[in-house]
Design a protein around this ligand. Structure first.
Ligand code: BYC
Length: 329
């Protein structure tokens, strides 16, 4: 992908000739598949890119709890409720591993959260859509966590050690999440006609936003070429999106659901599904803060942070007291 991008001049990356000696050695380590660790020298732009991506990823995990949290009290059975609770709790854990990975790059968690709360930092577009019915818990697990796995499996092999290692456990848990989502869809699709219609409705609403999760097309992606050179990205946005479509369409067929895309067709020559045009204006609108739930999501996170102030203060007071007791002893 990297070679292809340089060739077509989509976005320029530094060639070895443009680099100083230290940077050349850094690139050589990356090209040799050696992981970069927190204390290693790294170009400032590499550090910044990682802080941007890892913190956005962490914010996505935390904000990603909200659409599902909406259904905890209304899950149809005790079993479904406990599974949903466990999944939401896992997402909090993913956020924590990721904030920790970002902190190894010399940025504080308070600063990262400040950027989220002020609206400066991005989080995944997908979490700005509402969860209107129980079937949405199925569609989110199946399509959103399913897409997350496709995007994140390659990240287990990315060049930055702390990020790559955090991703291993995240991917294992995401795989349980995707299965539980598919299991909800399967139950609904084997249920009454009304339940099946509910599953189809959720599928209709989540399909296109799930495809947008992978980011802009390769032609529009501003960060891809440089991230590929640094092996932060091993596959392009479009490659991963295609993988998602190829994997998901047969699963939809098994459920007896119709993919909401009249242009979808299998190309026997390439072995891939061709799909219709994505509405990129919708994606950009969500990124600008104008999606159906952007304001609500941010307000909920800010309120949770403010409501937790007394607890953080108590932790600091306890730590201070303990420290002065130890100093006095
Ligand atoms: N939403 O040049 P590009 C989860 C931004 S968590 C919002 O291709 P890049 C889950 C992009 O940041 C899901 N913004 O960028 C959690 C860039 O803007 P900036 C999150 C998006 O970084 C709980 C601009 O568009 N997963 O799955 O090379 C429950 C141009 O894009 C989006 C991760 O974060 C988007 N969808 O590639 C269930 C994975 N797409 O920053 C599930 C790690 C693009 O220059 N992240 N943008 O202002 C990545 O793999 C990459 O950052 C992306 C974007 C593929 C997302």
């Amino acid at each position: 992908m990297y070679a292809q991008m340089v060739e077509t001049g989509l976005n320029k990356v530094q060639t070895l000739a443009d680099m100083g000696e230290q940077e050349r050695q850094f690139q050589a380590r990356i090209d040799a598949g050696i992981k970069i660790e927190a204390k290693d020298w790294m170009p400032e732009a590499y550090r910044k890119t990682l802080i941007r991506q890892i913190s956005q990823h962490a914010h996505s995990e935390i904000v990603g709890q909200l659409p599902e949290g909406n259904w905890v009290t209304r899950a149809p059975t005790l079993k479904r409720k406990s599974i949903l609770l466990a999944k939401i709790q896992d997402e909090a854990g993913h956020g924590l591993y990721l904030y920790s990975a970002a902190e190894t790059l010399g940025v504080s968690r308070d600063e990262l959260l400040g950027n989220l709360h002020s609206g400066k930092a991005k989080y995944s577009s997908i979490f700005n859509y509402p969860t209107l019915s129980w079937a949405d818990m199925g569609a989110v697990g199946w399509l959103v966590d399913g897409s997350a796995i496709i995007n994140q499996i390659p990240l287990c092999r990315c060049s930055y050690g702390p990020y790559a290692r955090a991703m291993i456990r995240v991917c294992k848990e995401e795989s349980f999440h995707a299965r539980q989502g598919y299991d909800i869809m399967l139950s609904l699709c084997r249920g009454t006609p009304a339940q099946k219609a509910m599953a189809q409705d959720a599928f209709n609403r989540w399909w296109w936003p799930a495809l947008m999760m992978f980011g802009p097309s390769d032609a529009e992606s501003v960060n891809s070429a440089q991230s590929a050179q640094w092996r932060i990205k091993l596959f392009s946005n479009d490659e991963l999106r295609q993988r998602m479509v190829d994997q998901t369409v047969p699963q939809a067929e098994f459920l007896g659901l119709t993919v909401p895309d009249p242009d979808l067709k299998f190309n026997a020559g390439t072995g891939h599904y061709e799909f219709g045009e994505i509405d990129w204006s919708e994606f950009h609108n969500v990124l600008k803060g104008n999606g159906p739930c952007n304001k609500e999501r941010l307000a909920t996170r800010v309120k949770a942070w403010d409501d937790g102030a007394w607890f953080r203060d108590a932790l600091v007071a306890y730590a201070d007291k303990k420290q002065s007791r130890q100093a006095a002893a």
